[in-house]
Design a binder for this molecule. Sequence first.
Ligand SMILES: Cc1ncc(C[n+]2csc(CCOP(=O)(O)OP(=O)(O)O)c2C)c(N)n1
Length: 728
Amino acid sequence: MARQSGTVVAENKKATGTVAETLLSREQLVEFYRLMYLSRRTDDREIVLKRQQKIFFQVSCAGHEALLVAAGMAMRPGYDWFFPYYRDRAICLALGNTVEEQLLQAVGAAEDTASGGRQMPSHWSSKKLNIVTPSSSTATQCLHAIGCAEAGRYFARHPEAAAKHEGDYREFKDVKFHGDEVTYVSIGEGATSQGEFWESLNTASNGKLPVLYVIEDNGYAISTPVEANTPGGNISRLVANFPNFHFAEVDGTDAVASYQAMVEAVAYCRSGRGPALVHGHVIRPYSHSLSDDERNYRSAAELEADSLRDPIARMQMWLLREGILDEDAINRLERQVDEEVQRAADRAARAVLPTVDSITRHVYSEDLSPLDARFQTEPQPTAEKTERTMADLINACLKDEMRRDQRIVVFGEDVADATRDEALRAGKLKGKGGVFKLTAGLQTEFGNDRCWNSPLAEANIVGRGIGMAVRGLKPVVEIQFFDYIWPAMHQMRNELALIRWRSNGEFSCPMVIRVPIGGYLTGGSIYHSQSGESIFTHTPGVRVVMPSNALDALGLLRTAIRCDDPVLFLEHKRLYRETFGRAVYPGPEYCIPFGKAKVVRPGKDLTVVTYGAVVPRALQAAEKLHRAKGIDVELIDLRSLAPYDWETIAESVRKTNRVIVAHEDMLSWGYGAEIAARIGEELFHDLDAPVRRVAAMDTFVAYQPLLEDAILPQPEDLYRAMVEMAAF
Ligand SMILES: Cc1ncc(C[n+]2csc(CCOP(=O)(O)OP(=O)(O)O)c2C)c(N)n1
């Protein structure tokens, strides 16, 4: 059926004089009811299937149908973008998702187009319809919607950036956009307590983004009533002061009122005036999920009052009253829907199930790996012969890549030169360009659309980046200090790492997160010295690299930017301006593939495997040992932590038969534990001594330099371990 947008509403007058018919034709009203009923019957069918143990989870849309069909009919599938949550069966059906597709997900079929059997039912996803794969986490999707809307606007302003390009991620990342597209995001009233919801309102409002928020307020978050989540019990009152928004509060069980509210809200967004928020009051007649029984915490009177507002019954009565359908027609329509659901359930019951060998598909890009040989290049030095610092070469790499690829955007806390840019453009300011100055000059050269300051909110940075990357932009964002990455952890673990795998390869979010990390700062203390890389290497789906010198930093960053996977790029801040490891600029094409270690110092007596700021410390210890005792250490800099270069480690251990794994992070459950365990498992017969680890004490880093020195591994600690290892 034809979809309505705000601009064509008036054309549908078929004059019975009711409000509804000024908005929707009779046929559309019937279709509206059909979709609502289809959604409810699909829920009912899933409940039966769950009781028969043919599916394994059920969460319903019941009670939300009117609000959601209204949203679906007010928007354009495959044109607008959608970030629905698990209650949104009805909008997905209205957009063109089929019952069969939904039930294939419920049984976990191989042909489940949303996830290939990986996600629970009601985790809608359709590339064709621009319905973006969701997680089960409440509210993370709000930030993706913001990034998505920003990407749409960016491509509309810079259409040439959408062009395909051979040789990097752009080859595999098609871009589609429309200047007047709208992004839909929905959320339960309980989940509006999450910070990510508020972080998203911040940017939607500031950026006047065309985002339609739909708050589905059924009064409960599992067993917690609205007043325990929302001060005053009404989210509309709390958000009312955000500038640039269009707000509407509506009875979401009233189909006509909901549709009217949605049409107005969508028209407002589409016109470019800003975001809209529709707060719909709905009911939840089927408990939170099939694992919940609301009679345990809601009174019978409350449930009875809700049941009188059931949107399906209301719409049916309204159609009868208005003479749009008679009883026979309703029975016919309902019988057809029941048959459709039955057919879909029968097909789902016969569906082929996924094979075990599909499990590891789409953890990473299958189109372009950062381990690919194309990233193995030789330096091509230019006329410039000065040796430059790691900080300098990272900055040079960002500039090279931004010149080459218009899809790259850089944002984070304080990364711009000056947000108030008048004096900057007049040449009267030098600009900030990051607290470590790594992004200096990017805003000045590439403009405010490509480099800007984010709000002070790490989830905002990563979550928006994910939404942009889904659309084909390449965000290269900065988290100011590793110590403050934790507010973004939810986005990194449950979203960034999983979008490709959970959508069975349909969606992806290749982006780069640059993070200054580490200690040895003399006074850096607890909150400016943290390591913790193993927390991220323990997350499949994200690549983690950590260079120890300027040349590697440049080469690995270029690969990180050009590849098709999300990359956590860890920059040791103590190494930014060290004399150690400076390098001549190797030209604008220099890349280093991931998963290739570097033998920093060849040796025959014992192997030290390390990375980051321990590399120069281990080198110092190894040279001293050679001078003092003639012991020859082979020093391996892993450079890339996930993936890591097992072959180089194994080859060295087979030669030296002795190995120390060293790192700056705490000893217990650190990165070295995995490497040491694997050496023990696979190279046991090559070892002449137990594998030894050298790492920080199991505490955070203290402020007083005397304590800091004792906590972090020093060259003397490494020296001592080497002596003992050689003597074993
Ligand atoms: C971040 C996070 N915390 C907790 C949960 C567990 N959980 C799932 S749904 C839910 C309640 C959500 O309530 P509301 O937002 O009101 O939506 P409703 O289910 O009522 O539609 C909770 C606590 C989760 N999925 N994600």
